[in-house]
Design a protein around this ligand. Structure first.
Ligand SMILES: [Zn+2]
Length: 274
């Protein structure tokens, strides 16, 4: 078994992604940033939130294999909320939140959980294309609101304002039926995650990608999922992130690939089982 990961903040900002692993469990979180000029009701910030939640999830996944990943996530959300419910306004719609990917290997199975728009790839024996697991509810809910932002050149004050308006509009749909679900304060969000398991002896490798890394494939279309897996196996997660940064640098104003952030925190984990 070999597990490698790389994580790189967007230039000039703290990293709001989290990656961590034990010999049998991996966790990737992508914290939802608070745009400049927006309030979040929390004095701790998103990097604190993802580190507190990520380490709680890793501990919970390793403690007891009979506890489902859904239960581990619900318990983790509750535990982190209890760390700051006396000092922060956890009813604030912008309180820190994160996407979640959890992967655990037991003697018999590889179990997974995906909440919101980070990507999990499973390279399964006997199939040409990897299994791609991504929760697309936020993208679907956000699509009608993206147009104003995507029409503007990235890096301009107008684009910054449109991005802030987009993020604040989406907050109204967060953790609601008919909207999209992320790990924030409400443990019921765990029940909304995509989950599953595959027999342990059928999974050759897995990749966990924050959307800042998966954009090489799903936004820039510069590689297929199969090619991304090959790249991770051959040259490693840092090389994949380097390709993302080169693409972003070649399109700073977002003319070719409209996007909310010219650069995003990027995290890639690659777990080779056999
Ligand atoms: Zn707080």
């Amino acid at each position: 078994m070999r597990l490698a990961f790389a994580t790189e903040a967007a230039p000039g900002r703290p990293n709001e992604d989290f990656a961590g692993a034990t010999p049998n469990a991996a966790v990737l979180l992508d914290g939802v940033g608070t745009p400049v000029g927006s309030d979040a009701g929390c004095s701790h910030g998103v990097p604190w939130f993802v580190q507190a939640l990520g380490s709680s999830l890793l501990a919970g996944m390793s403690r007891d294999e009979d506890t489902s990943l859904t239960e581990v996530l619900a318990d983790g959300i509750k535990a982190v909320a209890s760390l700051h419910d006396s000092t922060c306004d956890l009813t604030h719609p912008g309180s820190p939140s994160a996407t979640v990917v959890m992967l655990r290997r037991t003697a018999s199975a590889v179990e997974w959980l995906v909440l919101a728009d980070s990507v999990l790839l499973l390279d399964v024996v006997g199939t040409d294309e990897p299994m791609v697991i991504c929760d697309e509810r936020e993208a679907l809910v956000g699509e009608p609101y993206r147009k104003a932002m995507d029409a503007l050149a990235a890096g301009t004050p107008e684009h910054v304002a449109a991005h802030r308006a987009y993020v604040e509009t989406l907050r109204d749909h967060r953790n609601r039926d008919g909207g999209f679900w992320v790990a924030a304060v409400d443990p019921l969000a765990a029940d909304q995650a995509l989950t599953g398991s595959v027999p342990a002896d059928t999974v050759k490798a897995a990749a966990l990608l924050s959307d800042g890394a998966s954009r090489l494939v799903d936004r820039f279309a510069l590689a297929s999922w199969r090619e991304a897996l090959g790249l991770l196996a051959l040259t490693g997660p840092d090389e994949l992130i380097k390709l993302v940064r080169e693409a972003e640098t070649s399109d700073l104003d977002g003319a070719r690939w409209p996007r909310g952030k010219a650069f995003d925190d990027a995290t890639a984990m690659f777990w080779k089982f056999f």
